[in-house]
Design a protein around this ligand. Sequence first.
Ligand code: UFG
Length: 322
Amino acid sequence: MNVLVTGGAGYIGSHMVRVLLRAGHAVTVLDDLSAGHADSVPAGTRLVQADVRARDVVLPLLRDAKIDAIFHFASRIQVGESVRDPRLYYRDNLAAGVALLESALDAGVKRFILSSTAAVYGDPIRVPIDEDHPTVPVNPYGDTKLMLERVLASYARAYGLGYVALRYFNASGADVAAGIGERHDPETHLIPLVLEAALGKRELTVFGEDYATPDGTCVRDYIHVTDLAKAHLAALAYLDAGGASGAFNLGTGQGHSVREVLLCAEKITGRRVPYKVSARREGDPPILVASADRAKRLLGWVPERPLLDDIVADAWAWHTRA
Ligand code: UFG
């Protein structure tokens, strides 16, 4: 199939590109390189450097390349930033997503797979979180992703667009063989920060150890980025087989505390991870763990590298690459 990956030079998008190429799809990447890296796109894959809103670029691109499906990753991803400066998120996540859909509808694209987030659920009232859990985001990042999901639901009903929204828990790990991994600037995610602390590049701050969790630190569901990408591939096959549009959680169903991640990193790296403890970071729920049963049942997707040890080992191999 001919597919477009927006944000394909970014962390999750670049892993998606590898998975699509290995499955034999013809891939075009659309990325404005505001956060992505051109060298994360494999040689030989077409990279169009433009904003997803650039209709004069995107519409002809969709038509000329006869794009069958769009994987939409291009977006802002920082919860804290979305609270401080929400217009960036309404503009670059919501309005840009709607603009991309304008071009997609006009070009007759029939399949759309959205990179969404567990942040659509807000503070969980029960864990594990399934897709029927109330969606009450507590920050503009989650709001804009949920709003885009709702736009998709309306367009699916009205225009017959097939869509899947994939709600990620904590994406992590790396594709070591492909030489790609997590490279955000600034980096805010726990696993890369822990590994940089192990390398002596920074001191880690643990945000709170007074949560109502077994060891007092927050619990999250870490999911390997290549497993995430494979779920998108399964979502495309599902839509192609006539599957109903909708949202799916992606996680392993296993929670790990911040302290467990630290200990795991010390074991894998053989180094100490120096850290200090600070107050809680605003907006962090104590526990976020997915029920991904729906994805297992309907997409036939099961994570192949669900163990934290393997996820951290892959991230470490990438961080210490030659
Ligand atoms: N943490 C620290 N110190 C740090 C960074 C993180 O203690 O320097 C803790 C956080 O408080 C949290 C855990 O490590 O308890 C994981 O934090 P991340 O920032 O790595 O990830 P989040 O769970 O905050 O966020 C992830 C995605 C978001 C998404 C959210 C869903 O990165 O995009 O899950 O709620 F919105």
